[in-house]
Write a protein that binds this ligand. Structure first.
Ligand SMILES: Cc1cc2nc3c(=O)[nH]c(=O)nc-3n(C[C@H](O)[C@H](O)[C@H](O)COP(=O)(O)OP(=O)(O)OC[C@H]3O[C@@H](n4cnc5c(N)ncnc54)[C@H](O)[C@@H]3O)c2cc1C
Length: 446
């Protein structure tokens, strides 16, 4: 019987496995993975489509063989967990090659199964030319289709981060893109400052955007797809369905407590509600420090950290994850867009009395070549001035800008304190007035 059994061989599962092996080198540990490819960077998929990254293989860090050789971790691919029997400390596994079902016992179990893409009822996903985009297998199929069929017109259903990153990739290949989104705006979970920048960029790049568009039907005739909304109908050569994803937890027993969307509720050590069963990554919830509750916030950054934390605790350490503050970033053509903490809309939804300060700054001295504008906003609570969040849109590097505010939100700093923070300045790299110093000093707290 393995001492440690891990379901899922990517970011969260393998981060945990590495920690267990580090702490207990002779641990009997087994990882199973449904897909054939393990240890891959799904985050890089849009950039293989755009051609910035030359091949899908570049996104794979370890094969099962190299994982065994370099880390001493055995990963069995093509094995799917079908059921968990907590009272027996056992998992029901299906060997996808042979069809054989068997039970695997464990002393400690980690569920790190990630997500499954939401499937829309009016789409036949078996049609050639219809794609989701959640893993390397999907990516390889997309690349073959783009190479062999040379599509000219693409429909993307869903205008979240992945839909937008995909749009950029397709436009870079000279493909016409039309995005359909049920909600009125693209990137609806992002603040208006970011959404406005995205809409402007879409116009600039001739991406058609249909907001508030409920797609009713997708049919294929010959090589062409007809996509119908309530209002009209359009023809395409290829259809991408990227309308969100849900935690891959359908096989888990009901006694493991979940959020409404099926994400396994875990504590800050990675424990689920059942003894000896841990979870991490996109199939699990995570503690949000600003909201002071568990939320669903699936990101690679968190999956790696929570996997590591769970693995350490499974191996006998006692370590707690302090929580996320909701920091995220993505690229849309020349734009670098980032957010941390809460937006004003989110603060209002939480019934927090909040205000916003804006700053328009350059990312280096104005007289220095290639200085680029950054539009930044900081959200703070009234009357305390506690920083709740921030967002930034720039053609420079938004990661560099958002990170100090992520620290400020994490540390519970006040907007008056951030107003005088000792930011770096030299003309080639930073302006004399840092965007956050400017925004913070404009607070309206008196
Ligand atoms: C296109 C795209 C772009 C992204 N960009 C970013 C980004 O820029 N920044 C960011 O932070 N995040 C990004 N993400 C999200 C990031 O990739 C995920 O948060 C991360 O991969 C989650 O890791 P995970 O280990 O929890 O799950 P996954 O990576 O989904 O791995 C789960 C593994 O479990 C296996 N599995 C599933 N069910 C079973 C089962 N029943 N039995 C056995 N095995 C099973 C699967 O085969 C899979 O290998 C992006 C995702 C995509 C798809």
């Amino acid at each position: 019987m393995p001492d440690f059994f891990i379901i899922g061989g990517d970011a969260a599962g393998l981060s945990a496995a590495v920690q267990i092996k580090r702490k207990i080198p002779d641990a009997y540990l087994k990882v199973i993975n449904k897909g054939e490819i393990i240890s891959y960077a799904a985050c890089g998929i849009p950039y293989v489509i755009s051609g910035d990254i030359p091949s899908a293989e570049k996104l794979v860090h370890f094969t099962p063989e190299s994982m065994e050789k370099k880390k001493g971790i055995s990963v069995e691919i093509g094995k799917e967990a079908m059921e968990i029997f907590p009272e027996e400390n056992a998992v029901g596994v299906k060997d996808l090659k042979t069809g054989k079902h068997y039970k695997e016992k464990y002393k400690k179990l980690l569920i790190a199964t990630g997500t499954v893409p939401n499937k829309l009822p009016f789409i036949d996903y078996k049609e050639e030319g219809v794609f989701c985009l959640s893993n390397i297998q999907d990516l390889k199929q997309v690349l073959s289709y783009l190479r062999d069929q040379q599509p000219q017109k693409a429909a993307i259903i869903g205008a979240g981060n992945i839909g937008l990153e995909l749009a950029e990739g397709l436009v870079s290949r000279g493909i016409n893109v039309h995005i359909f989104e049920l909600l009125p705006e693209p990137a609806i979970t992002w603040p208006s400052l970011i959404r406005e920048a995205i809409k402007k960029k879409m116009d600039e790049k001739n991406i058609q955007f249909s907001g508030g568009a409920s797609v009713k039907e997708v049919t294929k005739k010959g090589k062409s797809f007809t996509l119908k909304t309530k209002e009209d109908s359009h023809e395409f050569d290829v259809v991408f369905s990227v309308a969100g994803a849900k935690p891959a937890t359908d096989f888990c027993p009901e006694k493991i407590k979940t959020l409404d969307n099926g994400a396994l509720i875990i504590d800050q050590k990675g424990n689920t509600s059942e003894p000896d069963i841990y979870s991490a990554g996109d199939c699990a919830s995570v503690y949000h420090k600003v909201l002071d509750r568990n939320v669903y916030f699936p990101l690679g950054s968190t999956a790696n950290k929570m996997g590591r934390i769970s693995g350490m605790n499974m191996a006998g350490k006692d370590i707690s994850f302090p929580g996320i503050v909701g920091t995220q970033i993505f690229k849309f053509f020349e734009l670098s867009l980032a957010k941390t903490g809460l937006s004003l809309e989110e603060a209002e939804k939480e019934k927090i009395d909040a205000d916003v300060s804006l700053a328009l700054r350059l990312d280096k001295a104005g007289y220095y070549p290639d200085s680029r504008k950054a539009k930044a906003e900081i959200i703070y609570q009234k009357p305390s001035g506690k920083i709740l969040g921030a967002s930034v849109s720039t053609e420079g590097n938004a990661a560099q800008l958002i990170d100090p505010v992520a620290v400020a939100v994490f540390a519970g700093l006040n907007v008056k304190q951030l107003g005088w923070f000792d930011a770096a300045y030299t003309p080639p790299f930073a302006p004399v007035w840092n965007a956050w110093v400017s925004a913070s000093l404009k607070h309206k707290l008196g």
